[in-house]
Design a protein around this ligand. Structure first.
Ligand code: PMT
Length: 398
């Protein structure tokens, strides 16, 4: 996996001659696997056309806070929530001043204020402007607020001046965006994750399964890998690309998943049971296709082994994080699972909804442990995966 796979970047392009480099920045980010949506400020539009950015980003370019059509499809609040990172490149002196003042009088300013995504800024302007006290002060204030600055380069400028203020190279900007997702919070830790649906064969043609796509588990795997962990994936039936670098073991049935987990659990620090494991297996599956008839067909199911419970009961158990997929009495059922299975925490999701949970790119979860519960509002599984790992680190490794 390249470092920006599945990452959503909002790129703000503001009024600097360097705006002509924005399509190249878009391409470098895409080369690393990112999806990019561009906000073009009024100033930026003086230097680069909306069309160039639309063609390169393969998305509509956003420029107007009061665009009724845009608000109907993806409004500024959705765009703010959508972003994993907001990159402003080039950032003009005027944009820096607006951001420092917290202005929301244009789309970029509003999206920055409405987003919890980290912000990266690549300033670009004339060297005299860049060295102006007010610009330096604005940059210091933004840094103090946690904004990351990609320093401009020294060299000959478009106006002929020589000095500091040239936009950093596109590759460097893309690299810095990639580094935003790296941490060492789980350095040296081994994490085993189950994900996807199990398949219980009825005969060679039919089976019993569920709607899990593996997306939630893979988002957790991405977050663990980005945090420096060594990840082993026990993979059921999935419909999502596999995160790298990871050790991958395929396990189709509940019994295979149980065996694969037990064979690989010994030296693991954390076990995350995200797979939708069938609670029942087929008693005596047929090795030939069952013939159609007019008679009622009875298939007998037997309880399958509970993988999570078995790991929680190991004498040297790792930190055990389960999931609870519920459709009713959500909190009560999840708390019962936390207690009965003996895990350290359980992540509750409502799987009766169409717009999140199973298969969707989004989810809404409640992180529950012995001390209480914490709701994580609806968001992309990628973002939730990172938040869940942050919570695990905060609660169990600090
Ligand atoms: O894969 P996606 O499409 O992205 O969807 C994500 C998800 C909805 C599948 C995921 O977020 C989720 O909820 N996974 C758990 C699904 C499930 O089986 O939940 P459960 O409430 O039935 O089981 C409780 C826990 O016990 C789970 O951690 C499960 O992995 C584990 N279990 C269940 C049965 C069994 N035989 N062995 C188990 O280990």
């Amino acid at each position: 996996m390249s470092r920006l796979t599945n990452k959503r970047i909002v790129l703000g392009v503001s009024g600097s001659i360097a705006a002509y480099k924005a399509p190249d920045i878009v391409r470098r980010l895409q080369d690393l696997g990112a999806e990019v949506r561009v906000i073009l400020t009024q100033g930026g539009a003086q230097f680069i056309t909306e069309l160039s950015l639309q063609v390169t980003s393969k998305n509509k370019v956003y420029h107007n806070l009061w665009d009724k059509e845009a608000e109907l499809s993806m409004g500024h609040i959705e765009l703010a929530k959508w972003a994993d990172v907001i990159l402003i490149a080039p950032a003009s002196a005027n944009t820096l001043a607006n951001l420092t003042a917290g202005k929301a009088n244009d789309l970029l300013g509003s999206v920055v204020l409405a987003s919890d995504a980290p912000i990266l800024i690549a300033p670009a302007m004339n060297q005299q402007m860049y060295n102006a006290t007010s610009v330096k002060d604005n940059l210091t204030t933004l840094k103090q607020r946690g904004v990351q600055i990609i320093n401009p380069e020294h060299g000959v400028q478009a106006c002929g001046d020589i000095g500091e203020g040239r936009l950093a190279e596109s590759d460097e900007i893309a690299k810095q965006v990639g580094l935003m997702f790296q941490s060492n919070k789980l350095n040296g830790k081994k994490v085993l994750i189950t994900l996807g649906a199990t398949i219980e064969a009825i005969d060679p043609v039919r089976y019993l399964s569920n709607h899990s796509s593996g997306k939630m588990g893979m988002a957790l795997a991405d977050a663990c890998i980005e945090s420096g962990a060594q990840v082993t994936l026990i993979i059921g039936n999935i419909s999502t690309p596999i995160s790298e670098p990871s050790k991958q073991i395929s396990a189709i049935s509940a019994e295979q998943m149980y065996q694969a987990v037990m064979e690989n659990i010994d030296d693991q620090d954390i076990f995350i049971a995200c797979a939708a494991v069938s609670d029942y297996s087929i008693k005596n599956p047929k090795n030939h296709k069952i013939k159609k008839s007019d008679q009622t067909l009875t298939i007998t199911l037997t309880p399958s082994k509970d993988v999570l419970k078995a790991v929680c009961n190991l004498p040297q158990k790792p930190l055990c994080i389960g999931f609870a997929a519920e459709t009713q009495n959500l909190l009560k059922n999840a708390r019962n699972k936390l207690k009965n299975k003996g895990c350290d925490a359980i992540i509750l999701n409502d799987v009766s909804k169409d717009d999140f949970g199973f298969k969707s790119d989004e989810n809404e979860v409640i992180f529950i442990d012995q001390k209480g519960s914490l709701k994580l509002a609806k968001n992309s599984k990628q973002k939730l995966g990172r938040k869940i790992i942050e919570i695990i680190v905060d609660k169990f490794y600090k």
